[in-house]
Design a binder for this molecule. Structure first.
Ligand SMILES: Cc1cc2nc3c(=O)[nH]c(=O)nc-3n(C[C@H](O)[C@H](O)[C@H](O)COP(=O)(O)O)c2cc1C
Length: 199
């Protein structure tokens, strides 16, 4: 599907029909998410993939009982990865393996480390969360482009999710994306007019 059509036809699906997304299609979506842009290419996200009906049932009560949770094919739990130093180390290793000369690599990595070290824990989390939402955008539009539906979801209890899914402290559940095949009918889409948004 053309990108513009995917953006225009995608909608926040309220109920799915329970059909499973084929694994190869799912992996295509995971790659679309994986290739999302992020500041310094830090990719500060981890995404838990839930397909177990039992687990989804358990999570529903921590998600305002929203029907998407149990009717979707897979529930993607987008977590912000706050261990930014470890990510910088990985980037440094990657740039080294790509042959970036030391005199270019060192100042670049130093600049990122400097930037990160100036952040308090709260800013660190909000920085990582900002990047997660870019990946979320890729997820919802990517799903439609691949021929299925999605719902981005902020209506859930992050602490309860962490506990139920045994998510380590450094990963903070930030937003959900339920994916599957829609069983509802989209309401007419509306947005503020162009002149109100662009100045
Ligand atoms: C960060 C975020 C959180 C959202 N949380 C929920 C949610 O918990 N439940 C839900 O049904 N829709 C949720 N939505 C969907 C929005 O309500 C929806 O995108 C908006 O009303 C526009 O409708 P459309 O996506 O169908 O065009 C969320 C969307 C975003 C981007």
């Amino acid at each position: 599907m053309d990108f513009k059509d995917a953006v225009m036809q995608r909608y926040a699906t309220k109920q799915f029909d329970g059909r499973l997304i084929d694994e190869s299609l799912l992996f295509q979506l995971l790659d679309i998410i994986r290739f999302s842009p992020s500041a310094f290419n830090l990719q500060p996200w981890k995404i838990k993939i839930i397909s177990s009906a039992k687990l989804k049932e358990k999570l529903k009560i921590h998600s305002n009982n929203q029907l998407q949770i149990t009717s979707c094919s897979h529930l993607l739990v987008f977590c912000a990865n706050t261990e930014l130093e470890l990510l910088v180390n990985r980037i440094e290793q990657k740039l080294e393996s790509l042959g970036m000369p030391l005199d270019v690599r060192d100042p670049y990595i130093g600049m990122i480390r400097n930037y990160i070290s100036s952040m308090d824990p709260e800013r660190r989390l909000s920085f990582a969360r900002e990047q997660v939402f870019v990946a979320l955008a890729n997820a919802v539009n990517g799903a439609k482009a691949l021929g299925f539906d999605s719902c981005p979801m902020g209506g859930f209890d992050p602490a309860a999710y962490s506990e139920a899914l045994f998510i380590p402290d450094e990963y903070v559940p930030t937003v959900l994306c339920a994916i599957g095949y829609a069983a509802d009918t989209p309401t007419p889409k509306w947005r503020f007019p162009r002149e109100d948004l662009f100045f």
